[in-house]
Structure formats: C-alpha cells, structure tokens
Design a protein around this ligand. Structure first.
Ligand SMILES: *Cc1c(COP(=O)(O)O)cnc(C)c1O
Length: 336
C-alpha cells in the first residue's frame, strides 16, 4: 500500500548519496569478519540547511503554508542544528523565526548561533533550569506575542520530532532502502544518533511500514534508553492519531543503545574526538562531537565487541551537525 504523505515544501537536495566506507571497513574488520559499512549522507541535504532536520522541516513548512502561518517558533540549545535549520528555512520562505534558546550567550556568536543571526532569526536566551521547567509557557508567551502583533505562528517542538516531523524519515527510509536496493543489498542494520527521537522514530516506523527486515538502532546522545523507547512510541502514536488510526506503536521493534552518552549532552571525551579525526582522515567525512561523532564512536566499539558479526551491510545515517564542530576546537589539541 503506497503511503499517503501530507503536503511538503521541497527544500532538500534528494536523494542524498549512499556511500561505502571501505577504508574504515577494512581497518575495523575483526577476526569474525563483520559488515561492510555504508553512510547515508544526510549531511548533504543542503549546505546551510544541512542535516536531518531539513527532511522533517519540509513537512512542517508544508503545514505552515496550509495553515496560513507567517511565523515559526521553535527551541533548542545555543548550538542547536534544528534551530539553525529552522532559521534558514524561515528566511528562504519569507517567514519570521523566533528561537527559544537554552543557555547564556556573550561575545561573538559561533557555529549554529552565528548562522541563526545571519538568517535574521530572533533569539531569546533562557537559563537551562527555566528553559526546561517553563518550556510550554515560553512557547505560549511567544505565540501570544506574535499573535498580538497580527501574526500567525506555528510552534515546532524540539528537533521537529512529532507525528508530522517523522514523515521526513518515513520518506527518508523509503529513499535509503531504494538506494540500498540499487546497490544490490537490503541492510540488516541501520544506525543513527538519537537526540529528540524523531529520526529514529521515522526510520523504525518506515522500515516497519515497508516490511523491511532491517533493524534500526538509535545511539543516544542524552537521556536514557527508557526515555527513547517512550519518546519513539509517543511520536509514532502522535503520527498514528493523525494519519493511521488503527496503528499500534507496540508493534514496533525499537532498539536503543545508551552506552556511549559519556558525560552528558554535548560533552564528549577524547575517544569521540579521535573518532572524528579518524573518519575525516580515512574517509574525508566530517562528523560532529554532539551527535554523529558520538554515535559513530559507539558503532565502532560495538563492532569490535562482535555485535554486528551476522550483518553483511550496515548503514550509518549521517545526520549532519558540521556547524557544531568548530565551537569544540579546543578538544582537538592531540592533532598538534
Ligand atoms: C538533531 C540531530 C540528531 C538527532 O536527531 P533526532 O531526530 O532529534 O533524534 C542527530 N544528528 C544531528 C547532527 C542532529 O542535529
């Protein structure tokens, strides 16, 4: 049964490439063999708007247009890739963007925040405690603020992860599996970094809906495995309530690895920075320390533990994050 997608605005350059990582595969081959490693280059969805959030925002932007909204409101950390992508999408479509940002900011903006400013987004900064405890109120405040001035705002949740946003990765799954088919295989394993759960939810649901036998594992970069089991189910339940009444999220095989979070969200230890350098050096691919570097580091550890010895092909979804690399420059002292 073909899926009935809601309307979207095309912003991403699709399909993104699927590429083999043969130098890494060779370097990390183990006595029991192991899978050929592939990367789905969703860091190449666009240049400024690069990364996984763009696939979700295509559907969110479609809804904004249908609902006659002229303003987007969303939230995230100061180095949020999602906020940066929303800021640029808003600029491109002529929509106002209000960002609710977690953390303090002083001095010159760097990385994603610099891009937010270049795109002309309005930024409001909140200390982490207030950001988390008053998040719903902050959204209400800013929505009312714009409505009182004659605008109509669409509120986008963290990471654009909800029943609408996950269409981005249901569609991304169809694309990825068709790339694999063209390359002559069906992957046994797909791996992505998981932060707000939507990418993992879309991939897991997408594989289920098309009847693929592929296992999707999210490598957590924050929170706990329980958090992601619940969050993926919640996003899928939200999707089902609007688009597929009878679907039971309990039917999904959700797989989370929360063993490589390290000290916490956006805080990494040296092995992660070394993995980023290794992948750049062997494959010419740039990972980031917050999401993809951490997840890829976890993937390599699990590979050496024999976790994927029964897989022939493993696809890592490169979800982007380049702009978040440079604010971590001081952690690369070992390169000198
Ligand atoms: C947001 C993000 C993720 C996580 O995706 P979610 O859908 O929020 O779980 C992974 N990688 C990068 C680079 C991201 O910006």
């Amino acid at each position: 049964m073909p899926l009935e997608y809601p309307s979207k605005i095309s912003l991403a350059r699709l399909p993104t490439p699927l590429q083999p990582l043969d130098r890494l595969t060779e370097k990390h081959s183990t006595p029991h063999g192991g899978p050929r490693l592939w990367v789905k280059r969703d860091d190449l969805t666009e240049s400024g708007m690069s990364g996984n959030k763009l696939r979700k925002l295509e559907f969110i932007a479609g809804a904004a247009r249908e609902r006659g909204c002229d303003t987007l409101i969303t939230c995230g950390g100061i180095q949020s890739n999602h906020c940066r992508t929303t800021a640029l999408v808003g600029a491109k479509l002529g929509l106002r963007v209000q960002l609710i940002l977690r953390g303090e900011h002083s001095g010159a903006a760097d990385g994603n925040l610099l891009v937010d400013q270049l795109a002309g987004a309005s930024c409001a900064f909140y200390p982490p405690r207030e950001y988390f405890s008053r998040q719903a109120e902050l959204f209400d405040y800013w929505r009312d603020f714009y409505e009182q001035r004659g605008h109509r705002a669409l509120c986008i949740p963290t990471g654009a992860s909800d029943g609408l946003g996950i269409w981005g990765y249901i569609s991304g799954t169809e694309e990825l599996l068709s790339d694999c088919k063209a390359a002559g295989f069906e992957p046994e394993q797909i791996i992505c970094a998981t932060g707000s759960g939507g990418t993992q939810a879309g991939l897991t649901l997408g594989c289920h809906l098309v009847g693929a036998e592929t296992r999707v594992t999210g490598f957590a970069v924050c929170d706990s495995a329980e958090y992601f089991y619940d969050k993926v189910r919640e996003d899928v339940a939200d999707w089902a309530s609007s688009y597929s009444g009878g679907f039971d999220p309990a039917a999904l095989d959700i797989s989370v690895n929360a063993d490589y979070i390290g000290p916490g969200y956006a805080i990494a230890e040296e092995p992660v920075y070394r993995t980023i350098a290794e992948v750049a050096n062997l494959e010419g691919v740039l990972l980031d320390p917050v999401y993809t570097g951490k997840a890829f580091h976890g993937l390599l550890q699990e590979l050496h533990r024999g976790q994927y010895r029964h897989c022939e092909n493993l696809v890592f979804v490169h979800t982007g994050g380049h702009f978040g690399l440079f604010p971590h420059r001081e952690h690369f002292g070992f390169l000198q």
